[in-house]
Design a protein around this ligand. Structure first.
Ligand code: BES
Ligand code: ZN
Length: 894
């Protein structure tokens, strides 16, 4: 398939067809289906709704020698209609005994269905509606995979250790105990566990009692939880340390493994700030008596909002002022704010089913920025969110996109819903909505929603209803197009001047990249605009699928749309507009927005990349981190397209020249009290200059690395990732060995990941092979070992080598990957590839490995074809631009 040609059809579309499409769009109903308010009985899911659990009493005895868990439990259930069987979830569990108790105990026949992850308990005779107690005994299996109850091995100062942790979402509580493992089945939990006496055991609620047992064991009983979804149950148990605090009467702990308590200070400080902030923002106090933030040294990547006991990979929670960078500090604030937002949005009020996952994740992703920005106004949080938004808009323009709300039929589809569309499109839409409704109205609506549905479940319709009531605006009608349709619009701006007056006409169409047959759609777009002569005063118009006009008094004026970059749509201006508007005169958010729109037009084949480069050159003196970050990402993308192309060296030289003044301004040494943006930008530009082989930067990075080996404190934490990456990229055997030694002896997860990443970036094929071989060994955490292969392909530019290696060793590699990431593993190896021939290879190989990875492979294959087309279309003009600019002195070009 020749995608280059396919893409070009996009702008060669005949006007007649366009008119017809517009007409069809106008006639078609705005959305295919409308979401209904929550009702338990119509909520999707596999489990029958005839028997509903109300309360679980669970006792678990994990055995860390046999790697099994013996369990017993009773569940108080409501039988709502006569039934002859009780169906619930169980996976990799042997249910050994089951009975139902009313006045007397009746044994149940147990019939497991592993395929459907269900167990059916058959009654000798049907029972009528009423309250019953189901009693079960079962045995579960402990593995190292973060699914259900799992164990983590790690090294502590006093020796090798093992601890227990859980990861349930979306559907793995059923591996720890039999349960109604769908989010609408809320119940209360009394959990009791038997663990070694030297362990600290943590669950959702505080400990009610601890009793010592023989053999160095103890029984820990936790207090009863509020009614909640099974995916929020947590248990962590190990030789742990705690750092204690308090906020708004809630007991807070940050829990770490041995020797890391000091690194918990920052997370404690963040929690103590954010909890009262949320109490106030939501207008509902945090409902549990305690909140634990738990650092797990491996086993899973990420963070999980279990109610009252949030788990984090320790790299996302622990901060060491000596070695952790500002970026890490920011990430911790963001992650903690995200998971804490879920305590209300997700835990107190839970989406009914996984098709509404965006209610959880979109909202928490939005709130993480709101909270982080509130406490750290100089961190450019919303600008950084703007960068992420521009990335997801690019995904959303492709054929492989899907609506924010899509049907979810089974557990594997629930897993797949945790993607950028759910998280980032979700958050970007909320950002647009908040700005349109007004901050206070929006907050009131959120309070109303939480208060109306606390300890219950919801759908998107319930959120719109609350926001509609608080704002008086038709939120549901406006929002449906954004959450129930795929894709996004582009607003076209046309200006006419007659008799000295300017009429600006706005129209919309669906914005696509390489998807000429996309269904035409339209949206209700709240368009904020301002006159570029007066950036302070933004106004809203609501654009539907009919043209809308704005009158301006003067023909010299120009309006900019998407003021403040709050909107989720692109804008296309006429060439004359660029003559009137100077990007340097716009506020940073609008600069970023213009860069993002311009690059999107390049991706869609509606503009040339030289339009983008012209803007980047104009912004050479800009000081905003996020603005630069966009430019650097585009330059890095172009550089990756230039791989193995004749123009690469010249392009790199051009890019280095573009970055030079900024690098001169920032220099190697952090200045006291400098803006946070400068500190972030220094590391970022340094990394890019290193990638572009700047000789002075590479030499200095090497010198600083040598110094660092002798005296680690000489290298500022913010420069460390970039310096290591540069040294790793150009390393010889000796340097590689030095990095390897650092990696092997790293004390924490953040450090270890950084060191391995640096050595995986080595360009030397022999060293790349050494890294690939390393990925099969046990020297590092399994998930991180398996990640090395994709890093060799992208950072090390050894696609061929890494791809062949993956094909040869796929079984061993997949065995190391967390189940959640498994379907993305094969596609991730070719994530940075732009060689069209690989697209089919990828699809074939992925299909031969597992059905589950086909969807992700299709997405990546499309992206490879897109990049191949972009390369073919854009490199010639980029190379000409670069050549012309080499002949022009810098001063003349600006
Ligand atoms: N609820 C998720 C954790 C999760 C993710 C469970 C995927 C199951 C599947 C949690 O709130 C989350 O989004 N964690 C993120 C980090 C966060 C700061 C965006 C993660 O784990 O990557
Ligand atoms: Zn989340």
């Amino acid at each position: 398939m020749n995608l280059g040609r396919m893409c070009s059809r996009l702008f060669a579309r005949p006007p007649g067809l366009l008119l017809l499409l517009l007409l069809l769009t106008a006639l078609a109903p705005a959305v295919a289906f409308a979401d209904q308010p929550f009702s338990f009985d119509t909520t999707p899911g596999k489990l029958p709704k005839t028997v509903v659990p109300r309360h679980y009493t669970i006792r678990l005895e994990p055995d860390l020698e046999k790697f099994i868990t013996r369990g017993s439990m009773t569940v108080d259930v409501d039988v709502r209609q006569p039934v002859a069987e009780i169906v619930l979830n169980a996976l990799d569990l042997e249910v050994t005994r089951a009975s139902v108790i009313e006045d007397r105990e009746t044994a149940l026949a147990i019939s497991p269905d592993p395929e459907k992850q269900l167990v059916t308990l058959k009654l000798p005779a049907p029972i009528g509606p009423g309250h019953y107690r189901v009693a079960l005994e079962f045995t579960g299996h402990l593995t190292e995979h973060a699914q259900g109850l799992f164990y983590v091995r790690y090294a502590a100062p006093s020796g090798k250790k093992i601890m227990l942790a859980t990861q349930m979402e979306p559907a793995d509580a059923r591996r720890m105990f039999p349960c109604w493992d769908e989010p609408a089945f809320r119940a209360t939990y009394d959990l009791t566990v038997v663990v070694p006496q030297k362990h600290l055991a943590v669950s959702n609620m505080p400990v009610e009692s601890e009793t010592n047992l023989p053999n160095g064991l103890k029984e820990v009983k936790f207090m009863r939880t509020p009614p909640m979804a099974s995916y929020l149950v947590v248990l962590v148990s190990g030789e742990l340390e705690e750092l204690k605090g308090e906020a708004d009467g809630v007991k807070i702990r940050v829990i770490t493994t041995e020797g890391k308590r000091e690194q918990a200070r920052y997370a404690l400080e963040v929690t103590e700030k954010v909890l009262p902030y949320y109490d106030r923002y939501f207008g509902i106090r945090y409902p549990l008596p305690k909140l634990d933030q738990i650092a797990i040294p491996g086993g899973f990547d990420g963070a999980m909002e279990n109610w009252g006991g949030i788990t984090y990979n320790e790299s996302m929670l622990l901060f060491d002022p000596q070695t952790s960078s500002l970026q890490t500090k920011r990430d911790i604030f963001v992650t903690v704010s995200h998971e804490m937002a879920h305590q209300w949005f997700g835990n107190l009020v839970t989406m009914a089913w996984w098709d509404n996952l965006w209610l959880n994740e979109g909202f928490a992703s939005w709130m993480e920025n709101k909270a982080t920005d509130h406490f750290n106004p100089d961190w450019e949080m919303w600008l950084t969110a703007g960068l992420e938004k521009s990335g997801v808009m690019s995904e959303d323009a492709r054929k492989t996109t899907h609506p924010v709300q899509s049907p979810v039929d089974n557990e594997s589809e629930a897993d797949d819903s945790f993607d950028n569309i759910t998280y980032i499109k979700g958050q970007a839409f909320l950002q647009m909505l908040e700005n349109f409704l007004g901050e206070k109205q929006f907050q009131k609506g959120i309070h109303r929603y939480l208060a109306a549905h606390e300890y219950s479940n919801t759908t998107t319709a319930d959120l719109w209803d609350a926001l509609e009531k608080s704002s008086g605006k038709s939120v549901a009608a406006m929002s449906a197009g954004w959450t129930e349709q795929s894709g996004l619009p582009v607003v076209m701006v046309k200006s006419d001047c007659t008799g000295g007056r300017q009429v600006v006409t706005l129209t919309q169409e669906r914005f696509t990249v390489c998807d000429p047959d996309a269904q035409p759609l339209s949206w209700t777009i709240p368009v904020a605009w301002f006159d570029t002569a007066r950036p302070a005063s933004a106004r809203y118009v609501v654009l539907q699928n009919t043209p809308l006009t704005i009158n301006l008094p003067d023909c010299a004026d120009a309006i900019k749309l998407n003021a403040g970059d709050f909107g989720y749509y692109h804008v296309s201006y006429e060439p004359a507009w660029y003559q009137k508007v100077k990007i340097t005169g716009l506020p940073p958010a609008d600069q970023l927005n213009l860069l993002s729109d311009t690059w999107a037009m390049v991706e869609a084949g509606r503009a040339s990349s030289t339009n983008y480069l012209a803007l980047a050159e104009a912004l050479q003196a800009a000081k905003t981190y996020a603005v630069w970050s966009h430019v650097l990402s585009v330059l890095e993308l172009i550089d990756s397209l230039e791989q193995n192309q004749p123009g690469r060296a010249n392009f790199q030289q051009y890019a280095r020249r573009l970055l030079q003044p900024q690098w001169q301004r920032l220099g190697w040494s952090p200045r006291p009290a400098e803006p946070v943006g400068d500190a972030l930008l220094r590391g970022r530009i340094l990394g890019t200059l290193g990638q572009f082989a700047d000789p002075a930067v590479v030499a200095e990075a090497r010198a600083r690395f040598d110094q660092f080996l002798a005296r680690p404190e000489t290298l500022p934490a913010d420069l460390r990732p970039s310096v290591l990456n540069i040294v790793g990229r150009y390393s010889d055997k000796k340097t590689y060995e030095e990095l390897h030694e650092l990696a092997r002896t790293a004390k924490g997860t953040e450090e270890r990941q950084m060191d391995y990443r640096a050595l995986a970036g080595a360009l030397d094929p022999a060293l790349a092979q050494t890294t690939l071989d390393l990925s099969l060994t046990d020297e590092t955490v399994p998930q991180e070992a398996s990640d090395l292969v994709a890093q060799v392909a992208s950072d090390g530019e050894q696609t061929e080598l890494a791809w062949r290696f993956t094909q040869q060793h796929i079984k061993e590699l997949l065995a190391k990957v967390d189940s959640f990431d498994r379907d993305d593993y094969v596609p991730s190896i070719l994530g940075s590839c732009s060689d069209a021939a690989r697209a089919d290879e990828l699809k074939k190989f992925a299909a031969s490995v597992s059905e589950d990875s086909v969807a992700k492979a299709d997405e990546t294959a499309e992206d490879i074809l897109f990049k191949a087309a972009l390369k073919q279309r854009e490199l010639p003009s980029i190379d000409r631009w670069v050549a012309a600019s080499a002949q022009t002195p810098d001063a003349a070009r600006r």
